[in-house]
Ligand binder design. Structure first.
Ligand code: SF4
Length: 233
């Protein structure tokens, strides 16, 4: 289940260059740089005709998939979003962000060591961002933390700094016509670094341009997930 409290975003780092929100909005003549609160803002506490929550207990909710939950432009709305998240402790919220460096300043007052029903997932697309963002993720008080290396744009060496506080790492290539290539060697290196620390690793998808043993393959969108699965990592 996806909950998009606001829509639109500002490009922030290399991984944003071919952002799918911009791509999708552009295709319907919408300007993705305009950030607006969605009419579905209150979805987590929305009630159906029977008086039950529309989102049933136990659901995993991916928050802000057409924006970034920690985007500056959304600062005025976030407190209310946190209120709803706090209220729905029977759900599990997955919050993916490139702006892990500002998360600490955007947490609710009663966050403490983190809400047990919230996972913070920090995106790190290349070495430079991994060097910048991993320390921020490790220092962040949160009960659940994960890393997403997608679109993976370079090899990443975590220099042995991954810890058991990281509950998972997902990697994948870039999609779309302009996709930059992703090399299977980079994926294997991430898998090995996770294995060394006992961190679950998931190779999600190859992306549209995938290099294996030095050869570049164009992978149609429909095959990007299945090809990754076949690698059996
Ligand atoms: S942070 Fe995410 S949603 Fe925002 S521009 Fe970058 S890729 Fe797009």
């Amino acid at each position: 289940m996806v909950w998009n409290p606001w829509h639109g975003c500002r490009k922030y780092s290399e991984g944003c260059r071919y952002c799918y929100v911009y791509r999708r909005d552009g295709s319907v003549g919408r300007d993705a740089s305009e950030v607006t609160r969605n009419k579905d803002f209150h979805l987590p506490i929305a009630i159906n005709r029977r008086g039950d929550f529309k989102i049933p207990a136990g659901t995993v909710v991916f928050a802000s998939m057409t924006s970034d939950f920690f985007l500056e432009e959304a600062d005025p709305w976030r407190e209310e979003a946190w209120d709803m998240i706090r209220m729905r402790s029977d759900l599990h919220f997955m919050i993916i962000t490139k702006r892990i460096l500002r998360v600490q300043d955007c947490l609710p007052p009663d966050w403490g060591e983190g809400y047990p029903h919230v996972t913070i997932l920090a995106t790190m697309e290349n070495q430079e961002e991994a060097d910048r963002r991993l320390p921020a993720l490790l220092a962040l008080p949160a009960r659940h933390k994960e890393i997403i290396c997608e679109p993976l744009l370079s090899p990443i060496d975590f220099h042995g700094k991954l810890t058991e506080a990281i509950e998972g790492l997902t990697a994948g290539g870039e999609s779309g016509n302009d996709a930059r290539p992703c090399d299977f060697e980079w994926i294997l290196s991430l898998r090995d670094q996770c294995r060394e620390k006992g961190i679950p690793f998931h190779f999600k998808q190859t992306g549209a341009r995938f290099i294996k043993e030095g050869k570049l393959y164009r992978i149609p969108r429909k095959d990007q997930h299945t090809q990754a699965k076949k690698a059996n990592l």
